[in-house]
Design a protein around this ligand. Structure first.
Ligand code: PEP
Ligand code: MN
Length: 337
């Protein structure tokens, strides 16, 4: 449940409510706005029966929350979250573009791509150093060496960097080299990994699982935030359906649904959603038009020879065109790159 304090309730009154809840064996999470403080209560609310919290003079109202996720819930945190990465903010005022190769292949490849995506307006370079491939015989990534190239790309271009992690060891390595970590679709319900990502101290991009409901996705985000890391951004990347014309089906409705249920930013990845480079541009525009906070787009210097996901990667010319065409949509959405 959520306790909404009266506007301008004193510190002492807030502490009194918090203490009452904690003394009864429940956890509290404070969300302090300019005027109103909201206290999220996590745990078995039956322990508070007969405590008459709603009668306390500093309490405005109590909102029961039926969803099992609390910290992710918009009821607990009505304002949209703003996630800081370096000097960039992911949130309602910006349109964040994360672009780069599926996999880091060589230092030269990554640096060439980073320079180009920077020129076109992206604020992040993405690149996989640990690749969760369907076949164990496919290219698995350069691991720590790839992370070092990401760090080089940041040094040279000033772009923020994001890299997927697939294990606790990968997280330990990533914290040394990159600005943000990504939990991929295949690991969305790897609860131990989510906890470790929560403890890493880095902002986390949490992709939606291949067959995960929005409720399961928000509960997965809850695992990260419950470790004390509120810096979570969601990424819709398509879900499995009966349709085979595209690699997955982009659930564009996830954007407004998430906006109605959660305060977390949501970005859209039309590359993995479709698997076809030619479909990326229209869906990127649709995502911006329907309120997404950003995009993740795979870009490669030579898609035909990419070690992974070549067919869905934009070449430099197509990425430039997309970024130019997107300007009008970004303006209409009242955001800035
Ligand atoms: C990726 O971003 O490289 C990736 C593997 O994506 P997903 O987890 O969405 O399949
Ligand atoms: Mn990929």
């Amino acid at each position: 449940m959520i306790i909404v304090m009266k506007p301008n309730a004193s510190e002492t009154a807030i502490t009194q409510v918090v203490k009452l809840i904690q003394d009864n064996g429940l956890e509290t999470h404070l969300s302090q706005g300019k005027e109103v403080t909201i206290i999220g209560v996590v745990g078995d609310k039956n322990k508070l029966v007969n405590k008459n919290i709603e009668l306390m003079s500093s309490v405005d109202k109590i909102i029961p929350v039926t969803e099992s996720y609390k910290l992710t819930n918009k009821k607990f945190h009505p304002e949209p979250s703003r996630i800081k990465v370096g000097n960039h903010e992911i949130g309602p005022d910006t349109l964040t573009v994360m672009a780069g190769p599926c996999a880091v292949e060589t230092e030269e490849q990554l640096l060439t791509i980073a320079r180009e995506v920077k020129k076109a307006g992206a604020q992040f370079v993405r690149g996989g150093a640990y690749k969760p491939r369907t076949s164990p015989y496919s290219f698995q990534g350069l691991e720590e060496e790839g992370l070092r190239y990401m760090q080089e790309a940041k040094k040279e271009t000033g772009l923020n960097t994001i890299c997927e992690v697939i294990s606790a060891q990968a997280i330990d390595a990533a914290v040394k080299y990159v600005d943000m970590i990504q939990i991929g679709a295949r690991n969305m319900q790897n609860f131990q990994l989510l906890r470790e990502a929560g403890q890493s101290g880095l902002p986390v991009l949490l992709k939606r699982g291949l067959a995960a409901t929005i409720d399961e996705w928000l509960n997965a985000a809850e695992y990260i935030i419950a470790e004390g890391n509120p810096n979570v951004v969601l990424c819709e990347r398509g879900i499995r359906t009966f349709e085979t014309a595209t690699r997955n089906t982009l659930d564009i409705s996830a954007v407004p649904v998430i906006k109605s249920k959660s305060h977390l930013p949501i970005i859209v990845d039309p590359s993995h959603a479709t698997g076809v480079w030619d479909y990326v541009s229209p869906l990127a525009k649709a995502a911006v038009a329907c309120g997404a906070d950003g995009l993740m787009i795979e870009v490669h210097n030579d898609p035909e020879h990419a070690l992974s996901d070549g067919p869905q990667s934009l070449n430099f010319k197509h990425f430039d065109e997309l970024m130019a065409e997107m300007k009008a949509y970004i303006q209409l959405a009242e955001r800035k790159l």
